[in-house]
Ligand binder design. Sequence first.
Ligand code: G3H
Ligand code: 13P
Ligand code: ZN
Length: 334
Amino acid sequence: MITTYNSLGFVNTRAMFQVALKNSFAVPAYNFNNMEQLQAIVMACLETQSPVILQVSKGAREYADRTLLRYMAQGAVEMMKRIAREKNLGEIPIALHLDHGDSFELCKSCVESGFSSVMIDGSHLPYDENVALTKRVVDYAHQYDVTVEGELGILAGVEEDVKAENHSFTRPEEVADFLRQTGVDSLAIAIGTSHGAYKFKPGQKPMIRLDILHEIEKRIPGFPIVLHGSSSVPQAAVEIINKYGGKLNGSIGIPEDQLREAARSAVCKINIDSDGRLVMTAKIREVFASKPEEFDPRKYLGPAREALKQMYISKNKNVLGSAGQAPAILAVIK
Ligand code: G3H
Ligand code: 13P
Ligand code: ZN
């Protein structure tokens, strides 16, 4: 039996991206694997009145159990509605999205269990195979009004099981043909961002290729673009981790001002996972070091959740520009 995403209270990404393009911001796509991350994301977005895309990777689905994770996301929508009522806040639109789907079967399974959006990542395949796989997912997902993200170009670092030593930037001359042949709703591009906490080599100037982004925008005007690998790797968190026994050497992220500039353009979705991992780890290490007598998980996961929430609030307000944009999206949906 198929569970439709709207019966769970999610929205797909169509109206989100339409408004993001018009109002020059990017919708946050934050990954979660557990309850504290999910609570922090939803509370930060509710308090800032930001739309949000809850991202679930294949690994997250395996870690937390696919059934539990889906109900957790559904529960997050119900929690958001209740707290909105209690605090007299507006509700916010929430999408549930599969991050880096690597097969038709995985995408289908997510569509059938209530995801409102899926990514099919065929970026490591030869062009024609990427087109064929992406089109197959689009044709299936669109029957249920689930939106689909495709990818062209390869990010350096680790993309799930795909290891790319070097970037293979998206070729602007391919994008229009890819959209025409596949019918995707949004396109992830490679312009120098990468996954994880080591995005540039020490000594290298952290720079993304905004020139390639602008060239792509010219070829597909008004089409929603997605940036993966967009953590900024906050050095304050890295320092706390290292101070309390961690070992992160030479970790560098994407400067926030470059992301802000991208968010003002046709980039409508910005993916952030590693920053949350860093902030959470820093706070837990700090509590372990400063309060060695504590052994109640709530006493270290609670402060970590609060630190995460503050980080997401700051991203929404200062980087993505998504704060305050929830009502405009709900107005389009209704
Ligand atoms: O792009 C990858 C995301 O950060 C998810 O990572 O596969 O370790 O859950 P994961
Ligand atoms: P980061 O590792 O930079 O947070 O990227 C996350 C991402 O792209 C998820 O798809
Ligand atoms: Zn990614």
